[in-house]
Design a protein around this ligand. Structure first.
Ligand SMILES: Cc1cc2nc3c(=O)[nH]c(=O)nc-3n(C[C@H](O)[C@H](O)[C@H](O)COP(=O)(O)OP(=O)(O)OC[C@H]3O[C@@H](n4cnc5c(N)ncnc54)[C@H](O)[C@@H]3O)c2cc1C
Length: 402
């Protein structure tokens, strides 16, 4: 089998690559997806992204979030709470095999626009630079393509075979949790719990979508152990956090949530005629462990660059335009949030309590704080000087990042 553009994986980045290439006029597109069900390649969950620097791309792809909110509740380790009201919206995307999920909708769009979507088809290996060996419904077959987009997510076969992940320093985070109904929380207002002792370098998020009442709870754990008892760890956290436990007591669960995330320097983004997108390229925002915006943006750019390369018969070097664009659009934020991540990881629970005191005193007005930080300096400076270790950690984090 031969095609112009072959996309491996039909999740967030694969789906957006396909839609953007098809909209640009590439007609001969094959997408292979290992799941037999539309949307079934990723676990059922709700992914959040900050509605900043992404709205144009979503509009061009005709993709609407399942819900949009501007309010969230944040809890300190001792359960101090502040309500964050922000002009920057949180965009909620349902994932998995629900009919209104991002993945399902992208795959439907891919089909509607005329691509050949092969479900139940898994990439086995890349043979040379432009032939993929896939297993379709158990049968091995070869697909030759002018451009290949790797959108396989964290456990990319291509990434491993191109040796993209060796010798890279990374933190491996396991996201574990549950999707279900009847969580005892207010719909439309996500709740975020911090506790550096029980969830170091991470947080627990609970949410209920007001539209369909679908509920979601997730905790991140740093982990190097492959034999990890997900359920037990989630339950242990709950046992130590009665407030979270009380939110889930009456719930009905549909499914456990389990996935890996790698907080790492992004890998090489183009190798010959192979473009690497999303989690496969380790394009992950390190502070909140968000990768959906990065997957959508990189997928969109990969689709456009492939379309120009194919339709305008550009030379092989043209695909490098993808790296340049992704670096321009995504890297500054990834770098800045890498500094936030290091600062946050160095904070202990008593530091976090102080940050909460400051936020509560200033009514959690983070928009104003980041736009007009000078208005808060007279309150911030005495707080910082009372905590010299905090300043030292921030400086260390900035120097290391540079
Ligand atoms: C528990 C958890 C919570 C998260 N929460 C958030 C959040 O709130 N906000 C956020 O921005 N991000 C979040 N993320 C991260 C986000 O989900 C990912 O960054 C994003 O989905 C990456 O998109 P992707 O297209 O690279 O990979 P995916 O969306 O994972 O898609 C990969 C697709 O490729 C298919 N595939 C894989 N291998 C093959 C193969 N060999 N052959 C064929 N098909 C293959 C898979 O079946 C899948 O459909 C979370 C992740 C986890 C695990």
């Amino acid at each position: 089998m031969e095609c112009d553009l072959l996309i491996i994986g039909a999740g967030a980045s694969g789906g957006t690559s396909a839609v953007s290439a098809l909209e640009g006029g590439v007609s001969d597109v094959v997408v292979v997806e290992k799941s037999p069900e539309k949307g079934g390649g990723v676990c059922k969950k709700i992914d959040f992204i900050k509605g900043i620097g992404i709205n144009d791309t979503l509009k061009k792809l005709n993709l609407k979030p399942n819900y949009t909110s501007n309010t969230s509740r944040w809890y300190s380790p001792s359960n101090k709470c502040f309500t964050l009201k922000s002009e920057i919206s949180d965009l909620w995307f349902t994932r998995g095999d629900f009919e209104d999920s991002l993945d399902y909708r992208l795959q439907q769009l891919t089909l509607d626009k005329g691509a050949n979507l092969l479900l139940n088809t898994e990439l086995v290996e890349i043979n040379g630079k432009n032939t993929a060996v896939v297993r379709e419904n158990g049968k091995i077959k070869k697909i030759k393509a002018k451009v290949i987009i790797d959108a396989e997510g964290v456990n990319s076969v291509i990434g491993k075979s191109l040796d993209l992940y060796s010798d890279k320093k990374y933190r491996r985070i396991l996201g574990v949790g549950m999707v279900g109904w009847d969580f005892n929380i207010e719909a439309g207002i996500p709740e975020i719990f911090f506790d550096q002792e029980n969830m170091p370098g991470s947080y627990c998020l609970l949410a209920k979508n007001p539209k369909d009442k679908l509920c979601y709870a997730v905790v991140g754990f740093e982990c190097s152990d492959k034999l990890f008892n997900v359920k037990k760890i989630f339950e242990n956290v709950l046992a130590k956090k009665p407030l979270i436990k009380s939110r889930l007591e009456e719930s009905t669960f549909i499914e456990n949530v389990f996935g890996e995330l790698y907080v790492a320097k992004p890998t090489q983004l183009v190798m010959d005629n192979i473009i690497i997108t999303g989690d496969s390229a380790r394009l992950m925002e390190p502070f909140l462990h968000y990768g959906l915006r990065e997957a959508i943006v990189s997928g969109y750019v990969a689709g456009i660059v492939s379309q120009k390369f194919l339709n305008q018969k550009k030379d092989a070097n043209y695909l490098k335009k993808y790296s340049e664009e992704v670096e321009r659009i995504l890297f500054p934020k990834l770098k800045r949030n890498g500094i936030y991540e290091r600062c946050f990881n160095n904070l202990c629970n008593s530091d976090i309590e102080k940050v909460f005191d400051f936020l509560i005193e200033n009514e959690g007005n983070l928009d104003n704080m980041s736009e007009k930080p000078y208005l808060y300096l007279h309150r911030l400076i005495p707080l910082l000087f009372k905590n010299p270790n905090f300043i030292l950690n921030v400086l260390k984090a900035i120097i290391r990042e540079k």
